[in-house]
Design a protein around this ligand. Structure first.
Ligand SMILES: Nc1nc2c(ncn2[C@@H]2O[C@H](COP(=O)(O)OP(=O)(O)O)[C@@H](O)[C@H]2O)c(=O)[nH]1
Ligand SMILES: [Mg+2]
Length: 351
């Protein structure tokens, strides 16, 4: 899972990036410059750890998320985003928009005053404008092709209709993510760098002890005390725990963001566990056992016969596969079985 952290200059993108990835990037002021830094983090997963202990697994492989700190938005470019920025962002599965809510006189706001709702509109507008420019350019090209009689006309007409639908949505100030797309259309959108189609999570960067200001938006919003979380991320797990209590927090911010990202991208976890390796995998929430097999290896999907499946929590409770089989909690399922979060799977296959 790849997430791009975006926002206006000085909103706290790098601060949040450091908090999420336990990095120590300097918070240098580099207004206007395009800078992209990436770090990969293991998704914390107690169930995986317990399963690994139960199976005495030699190796534990966590699911991973890559976070990119993407500076360079908010330049107010009328031509849309630069191609460097677009390239970086179009490869992302989702975007995390950091909005400044903290007050701090030593940190000037590019617009003079802290106003998270205004900044949200500004960034959304920038994404919409970028998409509009791309859509107009593309549909113009296709129109020209049609008038020259290039390719087959029905295909061109279909493409034009698709671009018109996008254009109408953008002109009405609606992000493309409000539309329904087929898989095919979605990959086309990503290829074109249409960013308002991407799932977007808003992170409100709060000052210490600051209450979450109300933001009128349909987007998922998460409040995080960025600076505090960045400091916490540098501590050992034990020290962080005692600090969390001191600050009245129940959980480290990175975990809340990761959970929100799983929701945002409609993602769930399943496991394969054995003595050599305990492995957590990401999967779409509506995916089948066959698709789970495909996530492990295309050969396993190709040769799929049946899958042995047991809920990870039940497996832990019962203390092992033998007990799960005795209690009939370990079932044999076919390709169509809808995977559930936390399932442990063992695919029987033949290639
Ligand atoms: N007081 C306070 N300052 C913050 C907070 N988050 C970021 N800052 C400061 O705001 C400035 C910009 O932060 P940075 O993460 O570099 O923003 P970026 O430009 O979006 O990457 C830095 O001086 C940070 O120390 C916060 O939650 N509280
Ligand atoms: Mg930065």
């Amino acid at each position: 899972m790849k997430l791009g952290i975006i926002g206006l200059p000085q909103a706290g993108k790098t601060t949040i990036f450091n908090a999420l990835t336990r990095s120590t990037r300097p918070l240098a002021m580099s207004a206007g410059r395009i800078e992209i830094t990436t770090a990969v983090v293991d998704v914390p997963d107690e169930r995986l750890d317990k399963l690994a202990a139960l199976f005495k697994s030699k190796k534990i492989v966590h699911a991973q998320i890559s976070f990119a700190d993407v500076a360079g938005m908010g330049s107010g470019e009328a031509k849309g985003l630069s191609s460097q920025l677009l390239n970086a962002l179009s490869g992302m599965d989702g975007l995390v928009l950091v909005l400044r809510a903290f007050e701090d006189e030593s940190v000037p706001h590019p617009a003079g005053r802290v106003d998270a709702a205004r900044d949200l509109r500004a960034v959304e507008d920038e994404l919409l404008l970028n998409d509009l420019i791309i859509v107009e350019r593309r549909s113009q090209k296709v129109s020209e092709e049609r008038s020259k009689g290039g390719r087959d006309i029905p295909t061109l007409e279909r493409e034009l209709a698709f671009f018109k639908r996008l254009n109408d949505t953008l002109v009405a100030n609606q992000p493309l993510r409000t539309l329904q797309f087929s898989e095919d259309e979605l990959s086309k959108l990503n290829g074109l760098g249409l960013l308002s189609a991407k799932p977007l999570l808003v992170v409100l960067n709060l000052g210490e002890g600051q209450a979450e200001p109300k933001t009128e938006t349909k987007l998922p919003v998460l409040g995080l005390q960025g600076k505090l979380e960045m400091d916490l991320a540098q501590l050992s797990a034990e020290d962080a725990q005692s600090f969390l209590q001191e600050y009245g927090l129940t959980e480290i911010g990175a975990r809340r963001v990761i959970r929100a990202a799983y929701d945002l991208l409609n993602t769930q976890t399943f496991y394969t566990v054995a003595e050599p390796e305990a492995h957590a995998w990401m999967l779409a929430r509506d995916a089948s056992a066959l698709e789970a097999a495909g996530a492990i290896h295309s050969d396993i999907a190709r040769g799929f016969i049946r899958a042995e499946i047991v809920a990870g929590d039940e497996l832990l409770e019962l203390g092992g596969l033998a007990a799960a089989r005795d209690k009939r909690r370990l079932r044999l399922e076919g390709k169509e079985y809808p995977m559930k979060d936390g399932d442990v799977i063992n695919v029987r296959f033949n290639v």
